[in-house]
Design a protein around this ligand. Structure first.
Ligand SMILES: [Zn+2]
Length: 175
């Protein structure tokens, strides 16, 4: 399972694994979101389940269909984001039993990011990491983390966000 929390949609994994999963019901944050039938591919092996939380109004303009896409409106803040992540993880883990979660810990949902239009705080991003790790630990699913994004006006903020991901992992999995 991939859980892509970069502000930009996980178009790479969505495209690469599009033939391995049938798109599930999306979790639209906007009632107007209706997936095109052309975006729903036929299911085959079911090898990789892809989840992406991203800003709808951002790159890429054309978003290939993930197993679960959460298209967030501009300015989404901590509480709404965390609720959508919790919802997406719960839904995904009801449908699929991953042997490994590949977590893309994007720093660019940060409200001071120059390429992102969401509004998470540094503390909210750490809560996001903690939520991901707690969910995985509760189900004894190993997590592989990649850092991604991070174009904060102050580079120190991007560094803090990435360091907090490591700290969150230590807090949840360590000791
Ligand atoms: Zn990004």
């Amino acid at each position: 399972m991939t859980v892509d929390c970069d502000v930009h949609q996980g178009n790479g994994t969505a495209a690469i694994f599009s033939g391995t999963r049938e798109a599930s019901d999306p979790l639209p944050s906007r009632a107007s979101f209706v997936p095109s039938r052309a975006d729903v591919r036929s299911a085959t092996a079911g090898d990789v389940f892809t989840i992406s939380l991203h800003q709808e109004n951002n790159y890429p303009a054309w978003k290939p269909t993930s197993s679960i896409d959460v298209n967030l409106p501009d300015g989404t803040g901590d509480d709404d984001y965390l609720a959508w992540l919790d919802n997406a993880l719960s839904s995904g883990l009801r449908q699929f039993e991953p042997e490994l979660i590949c977590y893309i810990a994007g720093a660019d949902p940060y409200r001071e990011d120059q390429l992102g239009g969401l509004a998470l705080t540094i503390a909210g991003l750490k809560r996001r990491d903690e939520l991901m790790f707690r969910v995985a630990r509760a189900r004894e699913i190993p997590v592989m983390v990649t850092f991604a994004g991070g174009y904060a006006r102050r580079v120190e903020d991007t560094v803090t966000i990435h360091c907090n991901t490591v700290i969150a992992a230590k807090e949840v999995f360590g000791g």
